[in-house]
Every structure is written in C-alpha cells, then in structure tokens.
Design a protein around this ligand. Structure first.
Ligand code: F6P
Length: 335
C-alpha cells in the first residue's frame, strides 16, 4: 500500500483547490519545526535541555529551557519563507514582527510552542499547539503589526493542529475539512498519514479534570462532577473513569482517539482570570480540531470558536470532547 506523507496530502489538497499553495508551505514549515522540537525533547538530559531558564513568561509561569528552545525553533523556521505577516506565542508578551529583510505573507501563526511543559522533566508527553489565521487587510500599512490583527474569533482559523511528543510523535491537523493524524516515521523523517477521518465518539465514560481545584469550582461544575462520581447509582446511571495527564495535548489526544470530556473550568482562585487555558493558542485550535472531529467545545456558556478575543493572552474556561457530555455541561450552566 502506498504511504501518504504529509507533503503528498497537502499537495493533493492544493490540487483540488482546497488549500492555497502558501498555506500548504506554512503547514509544511510548521511540521518541520515540530520534527526538530520532537528531536530536542527526545534528547532529555543527554542534550542538556531539561530544567528551567530562571525566567517567567507573560503569564508569570516559569519558563523551561525547552519552552524557549521550541519557541525559537518555530520563529526561525517560519520567519523567512514569505508566508506570514506575523506570529504570536505563549512565550512572548507581544506579536513577533517578521524581520524587514524578509517578504511578508497573508497569514498569522499563533502557537503554544511546548504545551504541558511541567511534564518535560518527568518524561511524560508534551506537545506544540498552533492556529493559523488570515492577516486582515492593512491598507498598505508597512509598520509594525499590532496585537489587534490577531484578535479574531476561532471561526476565522483556516487551519489548526498540534504535534504530540509521546511514545510516538504525531501531528494532528485540520484544514477545516475533518481531522487527519500523521505519525512521524523517524527513519524517513516524514509524517505519514495513519489516522484518516478522526471522529470523537458522541458518548463516553471518561472525564479529565484537575480534581485538586474542586473547592474553587462554580456550581454547575460541582453538580456535573458529583454526578460523574456517583456512578451507576447516580443520575447519569453509569460508572465513569478519570484521567488527567496535565498536558492539554495529551488529554485532547486521548479524547480524539477514544472519546471523553476535558474540563478546565473557571474557578474562584483568581476571579479576574476566567480559567487557566489561553484562548488564542490553546482553546481555539483545540476547539476547531474537536469540532472538525464531531465533538463540541464550549466555555460553559458559549461556543469557544465564537468568542471575540480582546487580548492575545486571554484566558478562557474550556469544556470539550464527546458531544453528549459537553452538551450536558452547557445545560447545567444555563440552569
Ligand atoms: O497550558 C497549561 C497546561 O499545562 C495544559 O496543557 C494542561 O491541561 C493544564 O495546564 C494543566 O494544569 P494543572 O497543572 O492545573 O493541572
């Protein structure tokens, strides 16, 4: 059987006019950067890449060496090709300007270079999450690209995906026409299509949430999780299992593979911050992937992809995965 590599898949998409050539190039460059990040992550202690930088990102989180290395790999890979007008990342306070010596393109790339980085030092899966938007028309303005160009709802994403660096390195991708999964063939150095037409099962018996925050949750989440824990003698009438990897890529990957519901609700720890996860480079790309696989993604009150962002590093509550459960959570919020 002939193998479909990521390049072949993208070229065939371009041939059917589904994917413009510059978007194809962009995805190939991101995939190449992810291969390099995968390589760096896999070196671990041998590469001297573990541990912290001793600095904090804009969220006040400690930056790991691999956070910074992954950010640099993505910036360097993407700045020269002429396909981007700008980039933004979890690891940078402001939008990244394409250096003046390079041409500028039609797209914006937003990413979390290494999601779940608290897992790095303990050799558990981490990943890269990315979202592609069109750059709004700048009417000939050649000046610096401001944050406002990026502040588009998730429905405007033209592509989204993530790479997971686990026992296998995989790239999960949507161009708005379903979700495809590619596994890295390390001998050939190519991503090969291994998971076609991925679908999230509509119902599930598995949930993912950080239970240690239970005392801070709002009433609808308290109610829902207590019903899950009540099992078959409770109102939901079945026993549920719980899994929490503490890396969104890994938890979402499991849900794409076998169903489940992922929750990071808003809570009362820091009332001015709605949730922990970031809208632009975590919730939006993951929501597009989940929806394209037939699942649902909300913040409890509305579809995540409809939220109009007001800042680059905005946080949001996230409930996503199997349709039946996410709709139940939304219903509890409405009540
Ligand atoms: O980006 C934040 C993140 O690492 C996610 O990947 C993950 O789902 C979550 O935080 C884990 O949070 P906590 O440490 O509170 O369990």
């Amino acid at each position: 059987m002939s193998r479909v590599t990521l390049s072949r898949y993208l070229i065939e998409q371009t041939r059917c006019n589904h994917t413009p050539a510059d978007l194809r190039f962009l995805i190939e460059v991101v995939a190449r950067a992810c291969k390099e990040i995968s390589h760096q992550v896999s070196k671990g202690a041998l590469g001297g890449v573990l541990g912290s930088m001793g600095t904090e990102n804009v969220q006040g989180e400690v930056q790991k060496k691999l956070d910074v290395i992954s950010n640099e790999i993505l910036l360097e890979a993407n700045e020269w090709g002429g396909h981007l007008a700008g980039m933004a990342s979890e690891e940078m306070d402001n939008a990244y300007q394409i250096p003046g010596k390079y041409p500028k393109g039609a797209y914006l790339l937003v990413f979390d270079p290494l999601d779940g980085s608290s897992n790095i030092d303990v050799n558990v899966s981490v990943g890269t999450i990315f979202s592609v938007l069109r750059c709004p028309d700048r009417n000939g303005d050649e000046g610096d690209l401001g944050e406002e160009a990026f502040l588009q709802p998730g429905t405007e994403q033209v592509a989204a995906g993530y790479a997971i660096y686990g026992p296998q390195t995989m790239l999960m991708l949507t161009l708005g026409d379903g979700v495809k999964g590619f596994t890295l063939d390390r001998e050939l150095g190519s991503f090969v299509l291994t998971h076609d037409n991925i679908k999230v099962p509509e119902s599930t018996k598995e949930f993912a949430i950080n239970m240690s925050n239970q005392r801070h949750w709002e009433a609808p989440v308290q109610r829902y999780v207590s019903e899950l824990l009540a099992g078959e003698t409770g109102p939901l009438g079945k026993n549920y299992n719980m899994r929490w990897v503490a890396a969104m890529v890994a938890d979402v990957h499991r849900i794409l593979t076998r169903g489940g519901v992922f929750m990071y609700p808003r809570d009362s720890r820091e009332p001015e911050k709605p949730g922990k996860l970031r809208l632009m480079y975590e919730a939006n790309p993951m929501s597009m992937i989940i929806e394209q696989a037939g699942g649902v993604a909300t913040d409890g009150n509305q579809r995540i992809l409809d939220i109009q962002p007001t800042s680059l590093h905005q946080r949001v509550a996230v409930f996503l995965g199997s349709k039946e459960e996410v709709l139940r959570i939304s219903a509890y919020h409405r009540e």
